[in-house]
Write a protein that binds this ligand. Structure first.
Ligand code: AMP
Length: 399
């Protein structure tokens, strides 16, 4: 069965077609600037054809989906003879609140529940719903599945997900820690166990998903017991442009000193902080920061140090939470590609029994062990693949 995977943002729509039985990627692409002007990039991966970019008008997501379907069935460049070959559509949905601890076949009730979570993810859930509705309009008879970023973390116990604030706010407004990147944490911890020839149910695994957004999770015997992001993806690690954990009193302090609103301060914590803020606005990109550090830029060095130090502290706290750790996984843009960042983080982990191997660390693009063979705690690089994970989960529900 061929699965169309859709990841819909407010003005963009990423898509892939995956053969669920062979797990082969057949085609992928991206619609951008939806509602502004419009551009679509499409690649027929199956036949190794070049990427094609065109700039048709894309006034809304429904037009975007129709263009995606036209590209997939194009006589010259398509990978499908007809749309009937698409057995199901898997949608990435950011926030499932407490309603979803697993993927769900989309029906009116599921759509209502996603709508109900919209004030927990005001930028993402409405955009995800737009993608769902656009697909329903164009392919009304194709089954669709929602795969939630928050679902994998729903196994956290109350001591991990409750904030130490008045209980009424949890009861009235569901203010609690939810966690994000769940599809990636789930996929990476499974792939790590497979790579080691073990059952995930027998392992204590820490997954460090380090990209522009970054989060870390503790996966004990196959279940997430803690993760660093919270009610929103602002909590936890320092990120590309997000502050991660800060003293909440800082918000009012900056608002008063700068005479700006709380909303504005939060925008600064979202968009101007993290390694971008620490490096005095040099860059949020780890490649730029690494180069600047080599050239002697002190701010870049401090930004990278702070990032690695915070990851190492979270690893320590999750080892404590699980009473030990067997495997530490690095994934996403920084975790998969930045060997200096991995080396810096691992320099804090000797005490845990993680014997880092700097030569093995020189790896890229594939799953690999970066600790020595006899290391008590294994460190791995595990490329994430959220689209494949969504295709797998969609297939499981509809086959
Ligand atoms: P993601 O959000 O997972 O796509 O990760 C994006 C981030 O990965 C970028 O902002 C870069 O900071 C980082 N990144 C990507 N490639 C490299 C690389 N070769 N070396 C260091 N960092 C990288």
């Amino acid at each position: 069965m061929k699965i169309l995977v859709i990841n819909c943002g407010s003005s963009s729509l990423k898509f892939q077609v995956i053969d669920a039985e062979t797990e082969e990627l057949l085609a992928k692409g991206l619609c951008e600037r939806i509602g502004i002007d419009g551009s679509i990039t499409y690649e027929n991966v199956k036949d190794g054809k070049d990427k094609v970019t065109t700039t048709p008008a894309i006034p809304n997501h429904k037009v975007g989906i129709q263009l995606v379907l036209d590209a997939l069935t194009d006589k010259e460049n398509g990978v499908l003879e007809s749309l009937d070959e698409i057995g199901a559509i898997g949608h990435r949905v950011v926030h499932g609140g407490e309603s979803f601890s697993a993927p769900a076949v989309i029906n009116n009730e599921v759509i209502k529940a996603i709508e109900d979570c919209a004030d927990l993810a005001p930028l993402h859930n409405p955009a995800n719903l737009t993608g769902i509705r656009a697909c329903q309009a164009v392919m009304p008879n194709t089954p669709m599945v929602a795969v939630f970023d928050t679902a994998f973390h729903q196994t956290m116990p109350p001591k991990a997900y409750l904030y130490a604030i008045p209980k009424e706010y949890y009861e009235k407004y569901k203010i609690r820690r939810y966690g994000f990147h769940g599809t990636s944490h789930d996929y990476v911890s499974s792939e790590a166990a497979k790579f080691l020839g073990k059952n995930r149910e027998d392992l204590k695994i820490i997954v460090a998903h380090l990209g522009n957004g970054a989060s870390i999770s503790a996966v004990k015997f196959g279940k997430c017991i803690d993760t660093s992001m919270g009610l929103t993806p602002l909590e936890g690690l320092a990120m590309g442009t997000r502050s991660g954990d800060i003293d909440p009193a800082i918000v009012e302090f900056i608002a008063n000193k700068e005479d700006i609103t709380v909303h504005k301060v939060l925008e600064i914590l979202q968009k101007k902080s993290g390694v971008l803020g620490l490096s005095d606005e040099l860059s949020s990109d780890f490649r730029d920061l690494g180069k600047a550090k080599e050239e002697g830029n002190e701010d870049a060095a401090v930004a990278l140090d702070t990032f690695a130090y915070r990851v190492a502290k979270y690893i320590g706290s999750y080892a404590a939470a699980m009473d030990g750790v067997d495997v530490i996984c690095f994934t996403a843009g920084v975790g998969e590609n930045d060997k200096d960042c991995r080396a810096q983080i691992c320099s804090y982990l000797d005490y845990l029994g993680c014997d880092f191997d700097p030569i093995a660390n020189n790896t890229r693009g594939k799953i690999a062990m970066i600790s020595r063979d006899d290391s008590k705690v294994k460190a791995l690089v595990v490329p994430t693949n959220e689209e494949l994970a969504i295709a797998r989960q969609t297939y499981e529900l509809v086959k």
